[in-house]
Design a binder for this molecule. Sequence first.
Ligand SMILES: [Zn+2]
Length: 446
Amino acid sequence: MTADTITAADIRINARWLIPIEPCGVVLEHQAVIIQGCRIAAVLPTAQADREFHTRETINLPNHVVMPGLINMHGHAAMSLFRGMADDLPLMTWLNDHIWPAEGRFVSEQFIADGTQLAMAEMLRTGTTTFSDMYFFPEIVAQMAHDTGMRAQICFPLLDFPTVWGAGPDDYLSKGEALINAWKGDTYIMPAIGPHAPYTVSDEPLSRAVALSEKTGARIQLHLHETEFEVTEAEEKHGQRPIKRLAKLGVLGVKTQCVHMTQVSDSDIALLADSGTHVIHCPESNLKLASGLCPVHNLMERGINLAIGTDGAASNNDLDLFGEARTAAMIAKVVANDAAALSAHQALQMATLNGAKALGREHELGSLVAGKLADIIAIDLSDPFIQPVYDPASHLVYSNHGRAVTHSWINGVPQVQDGKLTRIDVPDLMLRVEEWAEKIREQQAV
Ligand SMILES: [Zn+2]
């Protein structure tokens, strides 16, 4: 091979193991990932990379597994400031008596900025490169994610009643449309419509959300069938299950993501499958709030796309998507009464490629394939808690926790290097977090 066949590129990552996610179930050894600009130029054996590429920078990861960045498909980032504030309570008590009053008292533009940065720091350190958010002041969250260089689906809130961010449905929808227009075509920021839940949004605003989605292409994400109470109350009130009402209003479809779905009948599954609606599974939030269990295997059998999310840190209480993948795999086995249900590789796919599908970006995110965007993470498997290694995929799901992540790149830009964040000033962030904690503690003491 002559010198003129050598291609110049920016970064070369040499990895002991590599899990490309596509094809599913594969672990490769001694691989190199070549990054050129914001994209993956090649994934190939290291010996072949020596012959074919000359890169500006080489990173050797001899004890690591390299894989696509994780996609956390549901959360309320700024709620990280409420982490551990109110635990061991059922959903409606938790919301009505603790979370909503605290939000009314503390949520401001500065609260959102500081809480979102805390969440991003945690997510980046634990391997997430793309997250979905649904919270107040989405324009601030969008700007912060963009400035940090994280990809984010930003769902603006839509509710029947006024909140700190808006006066009611008209206000939410007009501000939301402005958000969608402001970020049109951006590679990092994906604005979306976030009707809170069927029990907080009536028919007319839901229909307008569908119209806005059709007009702009924005996705819709909403909490759905989170608890048995939600479903039985709706049956008494409307004479039908919430998902049926949504189907009639045209809310279901390939651009819609339903979060939770712990209450699932055969007819619910048919509605999801026939419409191509995505389901976002948040197992730890469902466990902690005793909401119920999503029957993942039943949904997978019908070809429904399932991604995973952590939900907010107030109901989890962490944003470690590796931990969430482990919980998802464990629960799936118990619910299906089958230890083979949701394998480690399937759980990893849910945390990556399936999230990309829900976002409509599977052609450029969610797997390590040449031509896709360079959203890549590396996990060090040399620590005692993750030794010895027989199958890296097993370790990532069953033995790992996200803190073993040592490196991450988003759009080819380094975000975590040797376990340190490159674009967030952590000591400064911790000072601001402590200031919030002081205020919240004072209020709790009253
Ligand atoms: Zn939620």
